[in-house]
Design a protein around this ligand. Structure first.
Ligand SMILES: [Zn+2]
Length: 472
């Protein structure tokens, strides 16, 4: 039974069945919410030999009395359903106008009345944490959802209550809302700009959704096992797949091993002692000792590359603005055609096309806006990264598992391949460290070079992605 108070009342009567009961309803509508339920409830009351009284209605057992009762119940049901429909229609109309009004609200937001007495979803202080979590997930600062979870826990987002992965998922999958848009497909309300204040860029939302779609790494916990920081990063030389790692028990105790786990690979299950891999890896890191001069130079190069990239972004933005104008032209033409068409079928086709165009336009407009807003301070970002690169070995030896993972990410361009017999194959260092290995850099002659010379570009020209990874 859906009405808990009624169930409670019936339960009470069942506990003390020897009393005589009179049930008084202040209004018949309270008893008769819908026809079907009313008849059930009446039977339930009747078998308990209780009588029912109601100030605005006299119950009689005559055929007329029963008839009126049923009609009253049916009227109650109709009113309720109509009311529900009306509420839904109102809500739907509001959503269509770009006003978010659904009962469930995103984490970090609360409804607040604005000046025109309209309840608007408004970011609360904890929205700052949500923002950092969303942007961190998009930029890769938080590699996995568990990293976001850890961050949210540290910042006690849930009032010191536990933060489950489900909670993290809900935040991430709601990124459209956080970007200031709404969409409610059950009521056929397509995506549109909402009147609530966004906390992230639309571009961040797009990256988050992309990342969620990508197959998430399994065994995340394993990858963060401090016993094996290189798990997932060292590839088997034979099949080029990441090796796994584990402890195995021998005659003289437990030993940590790395091994290939690919079916059909010749190297499968051939163990490599962790200490061998570790020793060689430390040797690689130990070799990376960029001088201050070289780091400064590299920083200048990266910052220069960044500026070039920004120029590219600006010209892309101009192109986008052109595209927006084209879309608007097409839409205006369609609107004109609609006004001249009398055929319903054609009007429907035009309308669909127009709403498609509007959606595209919205996305493009927003990408232009987000480009303009989203200009990170590259100097600060580089400062942090280069501080890290000054001594990667120290970071590796003193850092926890997360810091170690960061070393891997910042120092190497690709995962490392390990051959059981000959050790690590050539490591490809990340861009800033690669510049440092140039012979010119070692001699110090590069330091005088103004800006980026073509000879230097040779090493960095394919690296637009590497530059991107500097957003911190
Ligand atoms: Zn293999």
């Amino acid at each position: 039974m859906k009405r808990p108070a009624m169930s409670e009342m019936l339960g009470y009567m069942d506990e003390k069945p020897y009393n005589n009961y009179v049930i008084i309803f202040d209004d018949l509508k309270r008893l008769a919410r819908d026809t079907e339920y009313y008849l059930k409830l009446k039977t339930a009351i009747k078998v308990r030999k209780a009588s029912v009284e109601c100030p605005n209605f006299v119950f009689t057992d005559s055929p007329e009395g029963k008839y009126v009762e049923t009609i009253m119940a049916a009227t109650g049901e109709l009113e309720r359903e109509q009311n529900r429909r009306q509420v839904m229609q109102k809500m739907r109309a509001r959503l269509e106008q770009g006003h978010y009004c659904l009962p469930s609200l995103a984490v970090g937001y609360k409804y607040k009345k604005n000046l025109s007495n309209l309840s608007v979803a408004t970011p609360q202080p904890e929205a700052k944490i949500v923002k950092e979590a969303l942007e961190g997930f998009a930029s890769g600062r938080f590699q996995e959802q568990v990293d976001v979870q850890r961050f949210l826990l540290l910042n006690s987002i849930n009032n010191s209550k536990p933060v489950y992965l489900e909670f993290v998922k809900r935040i991430l999958s709601n990124s459209l809302f956080y970007a200031g848009f709404l969409e409610f497909l059950p009521w056929e309300v397509s995506m549109r700009k909402s009147d609530h204040e966004p906390i992230i860029d639309f571009s961040i939302h797009e990256i988050i959704q992309q990342r969620l779609k990508e197959k998430t790494t399994t065994f995340v916990k394993n990858l963060l096992n401090p016993d094996f920081p290189l798990r997932g990063f060292v590839l088997c030389s034979c099949c080029k797949q990441p090796m796994t790692a584990s402890w195995s028990t021998g005659r003289n105790g437990r030993f940590p091993y790395y091994r290939c786990k690919t079916n059909g690979c010749d190297e499968r299950n051939k163990s490599i002692a962790r200490k061998n891999i570790d020793k060689e890896f430390v040797a690689i890191l130990d070799n990376i000792k960029p001088s201050k001069q070289v780091l400064e130079l590299t920083k200048a190069i990266v910052s220069d590359l960044w500026k070039k990239k920004e120029l590219g972004v600006a010209s892309r933005a101009r192109r986008t603005e052109g595209e927006i104008r084209t879309l608007q032209d097409e839409r205006n033409k369609l609107l004109e055609r609609i006004s001249r068409t009398t055929e319903d079928r054609m009007v429907a086709i035009y309308e669909t096309r127009i709403s498609e165009l509007m959606e595209k336009e919205l996305v493009l407009k927003n990408s232009v806006k987000s480009v303009n807003q989203h200009r990170p301070n590259i100097e600060t970002a580089l400062e942090i990264v280069f501080d890290f690169l000054r001594n990667p070995l120290k970071q590796w030896e003193t850092g926890d598992i997360h810091r170690k993972k960061l070393v891997l990410k910042l120092v190497f361009e690709q995962k490392l391949t390990y051959n059981r017999k000959s050790g690590f194959e050539t490591a490809i260092l990340s861009l800033p460290l690669r510049v440092f290995t140039l012979p010119e850099a070692q001699k110090g002659s590069l330091v005088e070079m103004p800006g980026i010379e073509p000879g230097c570009n040779r090493y960095v020209s394919n690296d637009s992605t590497a530059v991107e990874s500097f957003e911190v």
